[in-house]
Design a protein around this ligand. Structure first.
Ligand SMILES: Cc1cc2nc3c(=O)[nH]c(=O)nc-3n(C[C@H](O)[C@H](O)[C@H](O)COP(=O)(O)O)c2cc1C
Length: 177
């Protein structure tokens, strides 16, 4: 029978054990959701501690989907480098990480979201005193696109880095060859 410390595979992703860190936001990003060095070190520590798979904390995909300051945002392409640094820190320590992509819907406030919160229906949510606006079809499409783009920025940045690294290797070969 398999035990917690046995290797396993989830949809092609091999984990060195079955320990999974549940999504837990840390409040270690800057005000706009950009990952900080402190957050990257936090995830590195988790991987070094032996967690097989880390689920990231809440990560909003578009600015009005932000729930609280300090939560991660993957809404800007210029943050891709920070996310590559974060995932590399985990991979270098032998771990794996999956991002929890989120939109707050009505579970936010205008000050944090930068506008009246947007939700599937104009229904006020407990603990969040403001009435959200009902999303239009176009706004729903924009959010769907934002869920896809969060990951795409990082893939593009990763490919760019790999290309740059290959270029450097080729230069080195040319110089030494
Ligand atoms: C400090 C803290 C932050 C959390 N952040 C998130 C989060 O970002 N996303 C999420 O889906 N759940 C979040 N959770 C819920 C946890 O992932 C987990 O589901 C909850 O603690 C219950 O875990 P348990 O069933 O092992 O007791 C958070 C919980 C805590 C205590």
């Amino acid at each position: 029978m398999a035990n917690l410390f046995d290797q396993t595979t989830i949809n092609g992703m091999t984990l060195h054990n079955r320990l999974v860190r549940s999504a837990t936001w840390e409040g270690m990003c800057d005000q706009d959701g950009r990952p900080t060095e402190k957050l990257i070190n936090w995830y590195r520590d988790l991987a070094q501690g032996g967690i097989g798979l880390i689920i990231s904390g809440y990560t909003f995909v578009s600015p009005e989907g932000k729930q609280m300051p300090g939560k991660m945002g993957i809404h800007r392409d210029d943050y891709a480098g920070d996310y590559i640094n974060l995932t590399s820190a985990v991979h270098d320590a032998g771990g794996k990480i999956a991002v929890q992509l989120v939109h707050a819907g009505g579970q936010t406030d205008a000050k944090t979201a930068g506008q009246q919160p947007l939700a599937p229906s104009a229904v006020q949510v407990d603990q969040f005193p403001e009435m959200p606006a009902e999303l239009t079809k176009n706004q729903i499409n924009d959010i769907v696109t934002a869920f896809g783009e969060g990951g795409i920025y990082c893939v593009i940045e990763k490919k760019e880095r790999e290309k740059a690294a290959k270029g450097k290797d080729a230069d080195k070969d040319n110089r030494t060859g």
